[in-house]
Design a binder for this molecule. Structure first.
Ligand code: APR
Length: 312
């Protein structure tokens, strides 16, 4: 790979989310991909399979896989999906200690091999895992972020689009807060091509859709039984990687480290940010009403209770 002057994205964890993300990167011809996993053979086999699919897909992406972190060298972006997923009846928080150990160890290895990279964490419980990665990497906060809001809004937008009968792409939406039950929907900032969503969906129905989006991950876990969602999570992580790689300056809800924004300090929470070549280039503060502020406080407390368990 060293001979190629192309962007490179590494994906840690070659399971459902990681392998799907690697495949999407190849389909989009976005960057060369290195797929890393602790399970001997799996990342190598999947990377080879993706490489072979490129002949059919007219993609020039080179993909390699393995257990050796040397493969991560020269990556601009590293997507961290290593960890265990949920089983039915489990919350994201049940994964806390196991995934914290995994994320800490993989991040330390990534930071050694790709010290200038930007980290996009996907492992759950997301906001707490971002804090683990920030500490383990020693990277500045702009270069360590989490994927949650893009997925949560994708779910919300998909359900709204189905309800109204329009393209999900045409729905603009914003959510704040932690990934999961305490996320803070912002119907005031939801529109169909700029037209307030209230003109298409009544309040009762909108609330039902918000609730379904909040439980969107659990709904899928309930069907899959042995794993959690991966197509939409992978798509969301790759959209963020693309925005960074191409310096697109996209405004997206991202789990970012707050230092006073929205009234919180020293914690990761989902907030609107500008994504560009430097990573989280700016946190965009929006006005919140009292109800939204109370929901965000609730979300903050939920995330804080997890990071306290981890001693962060
Ligand atoms: N180093 C590298 N890879 C690891 C490590 C480690 N220390 N520990 C586990 N893994 C790998 C597993 O071998 C597995 O291939 O992480 C992969 C996880 O894949 P899946 O079990 O398929 O889980 P997935 O659905 O991809 O979810 C991964 O993302 O959305 C979150 O909640 C989800 O935390 C979970 C993560």
């Amino acid at each position: 790979m060293k001979d190629f002057k192309r962007p490179k994205i590494s994906v840690i964890g070659a399971g459902n989310v990681g392998a799907t993300a690697a495949h999407l990167i190849a389909l989009k011809d976005l960057a060369d991909v290195a797929l890393i996993d602790i399970a001997e053979g799996v990342p190598t086999g999947k990377a080879l399979d993706i490489l072979q699919s490129n002949s059919v897909e007219a993609s020039s992406v080179r993909s390699v896989g393995g257990t050796d972190y040397g493969l991560v060298e020269n990556s601009q972006i590293v997507i961290i999906t290593a960890g265990i997923p949920r089983k039915p009846g489990m919350s994201r928080d049940d994964l806390l200690k196991t995934n914290a150990d995994i994320v800490q160890s993989v991040t330390q290895q990534v930071a050694k091999k790709a010290p200038d990279s930007i980290l996009i964490v996907v492992s759950n419980p997301l906001d707490a895992m971002c804090q683990v990665a920030l500490k383990a990497s020693g990277f500045p906060k702009e270069r360590v972020m989490g994927m949650a809001g893009v997925l949560d809004t994708a779910r919300y937008r998909a359900f709204l689009a189905e309800e109204i009968g329009v393209s999900p792409e045409d729905i603009q939406a914003l959510l704040l807060g932690g990934h999961g039950d305490t996320m803070v929907p912002l119907p005031r900032y939801t529109s169909l091509q700029g037209i307030p969503i209230s003109q298409f969906v009544n309040e009762k129905r909108l609330n039902e859709i918000v609730e379904r989006a909040k439980a969107g991950g659990a709904e899928i876990v309930g069907y899959l039984k042995t794993g959690s969602a991966f197509y939409a999570p992978a798509a969301a992580a790759v959209e963020m990687a693309e925005a960074i790689l191409k310096d697109q300056k996209k405004l997206r809800p991202v789990s970012a480290y707050l230092e006073g924004e929205f009234g919180y300090k020293g914690v990761y929470l989902g907030v609107p940010v500008i994504l560009g070549a430097k990573g989280v280039e700016k946190i965009v503060e929006v006005d919140l009403d009292e109800k939204e502020k109370a929901l965000l406080k609730n979300s903050y407390e939920a995330v804080k209770s997890l990071t306290e368990v981890l001693g962060l």
